[in-house]
Design a protein around this ligand. Structure first.
Ligand code: NDP
Ligand code: 2IT
Length: 444
């Protein structure tokens, strides 16, 4: 039996109840098979794959906090420190009621290869809580964040593990978390990224994931002799990634016609008015349905996802498994020929199969959304240097990093006989650097 299959089969029995983690692990293991087979004896002897699929550690803890009625509430907090072969653990914190160990393991596992692809020295980690910030007052969010950090501070540090934002964790939450870390430890250090600009944040970090997604999409289109100008684009989500993906796509001349949240989507045939979306989402923390009340000609579809609308390009930027096989068929029927993933693992395996069968240009999450964590690593660099770079400098580095990811991904795919398959390419290119570092550092 192949080494890859042996490792996956054992994992599937041991973690049978962790379906998101197994979905991510299966895709990576299947993709890297050609690279593993090329070096099987060394990898097998040193247990590279068995070590890779088991997190270094998972910390889980109680987070008690007091709500506005004076009642104690309790959530669970986690940090999954997956792999530090190439640098300190790095990855976001997600606050969402659906968060559980399987979801954080899938995200932490993906992060290992994504972070490797950036070319920067960062290992893989992820964390979060089943706390839901929706509908909570600022004081409640602060109380939660302070309690969360009161436990988490023991396990993180600028050279050890550097969390950041993800779903439900933005500038406000990072600020409260940072304040509590500093208060407990007395250290003014780069322990978190995505910080505010007045206390050590990097210019362009807010935009980085969405902008990076569009930069790599643009590069993929250019290499295929196409461009974004004049193309119709579907975006899902209306949070950090979706907003700045929409902004950059519009700057490059695309017409973005949808955005969404967990309640439904808006369709605007004239192109999304992003100022209205920012006002609703960033200022009022409202619902995307309000857009249709404000913008003539737009329509709100309650309880639906945008994948049935006609388009050239789809950029899923909300959450995992938001495009299933049937949705992918709808994309095909609507004329779509390109998908690039802003969210982590937004396409189910059936959806990816449909893209591939239909000859889509497809850039998977770990390459496509790596711009966010890449600029986080640049924030760490600036914190270490005690300097701040200009927006233009960070943005230029981001563009360069995304182009390099495209190049590494397409070269790895070609080298192993899968030209144009960026799933295989990104997984192999990400894996090879981590595996080399693991072999060099011995059995740890
Ligand atoms: P935000 O919290 O800013 O926004 C999330 C958006 O997705 C909201 O519009 C939210 O709607 C929607 N959403 C969340 N969960 C669901 C769900 N279960 N079903 C339908 N819609 C949902 O998060 P981000 O923009 O930061 O993250 C979006 C995706 O991008 C995630 O997959 C994240 O892991 C990934 N990502 C984020 C990076 C970053 O730098 N922030 C970097 C790389 C990847 P609602 O408000 O109704 O919940
Ligand atoms: O999924 C991701 O890459 C993120 N949420 C960003 C992580 C980071 O450390 O900036």
């Amino acid at each position: 039996m192949s080494y890859v299959k042996e490792v996956y089969d054992k994992l599937a029995v041991k973690y049978a109840n962790e379906k998101e983690f197994l979905q991510a692990a299966r895709e990576v293991l299947e993709s890297i098979k050609p690279a593993v087979e090329a070096n099987e004896e060394a990898y097998r002897r040193s247990g590279v794959l068995e070590r890779l699929v088991e997190p270094d550690r998972i910390i889980s803890f109680r987070v008690p906090w007091i709500d506005d009625q004076g009642k104690v509430r309790v959530n669970t907090g986690w940090r999954v420190q997956f792999n530090d072969a190439i640098g300190p653990y790095k990855g976001g914190l997600r606050f969402h009621p659906s968060v559980n160990q399987s979801i954080l393991k899938f995200l932490g596992f993906e992060q290992i290869f994504k972070n490797s692809l950036t070319g920067l020295p960062i290992g893989g980690g992820k964390g979060g809580s089943d706390f839901d910030p929706h509908g909570k007052s600022d004081r409640e969010v602060m109380a939660f964040c302070q309690s969360f950090m009161t436990e988490l501070f023991k396990y993180v540090g600028a050279d050890e593990d550097v969390p950041a934002g993800d779903i439900g964790v933005g500038a406000r939450e990072v600020g409260y978390l940072y304040g509590q870390y500093k208060r407990i430890t007395g250290l003014y250090e780069g322990v978190l990224t995505g910080k505010g600009l007045s206390y050590g944040g990097s210019l362009a970090r807010t935009q980085a994931t969405g902008y990076g997604l569009v930069y790599i999409t643009d590069e993929m289109l250019k290499q295929a002799g196409k461009s974004l100008a004049g193309k119709t684009v579907l975006v899902s989500g209306s949070g950090n990634v979706a907003t700045y993906a929409c902004e950059k796509a519009q700057q490059l001349g695309a017409r973005v016609v949808t955005m969404s949240d967990s309640s439904g989507y808006i369709y605007d045939p004239n192109g999304i008015d992003l100022d209205v979306v920012k006002q609703i989402k960033q200022v009022r923390r409202g619902r995307i349905s309000e857009y249709a009340d404000q913008v003539a000609g737009s329509v709100y579809h309650a309880g639906e996802r945008p994948w049935g609308e006609k388009c050239d390009i789809a950029l899923p930027c909300a959450t995992q498994n938001e495009v299933n096989g049937a949705d992918a068929e709808k994309l095909v029927a609507g004329g779509c020929w390109c998908v690039a993933e802003g969210a982590n693992m937004p396409s189910t395996p059936e959806a990816i199969e449909t893209y591939q069968k239909n000859g889509f240009l497809f850039m998977p999450a770990k390459a496509a959304n790596a711009g966010g964590v890449a600029v986080s690593a640049l924030e760490m660099s600036q914190n270490s240097l005690r300097l701040s770079w200009t927006f233009e400098e960070v943005d230029a580095r981001l563009k360069d990093i995304m182009k390099n990811i495209y190049r590494k991904t397409s070269e790895a795919a070609r080298k192993y006989g899968h030209e144009g398959d960026f799933v295989v390419g990104s997984n192999i290119a990400g894996f090879e650097k981590v595996a080399e570092a693991m072999l060099a550092q011995g059995n740890v």
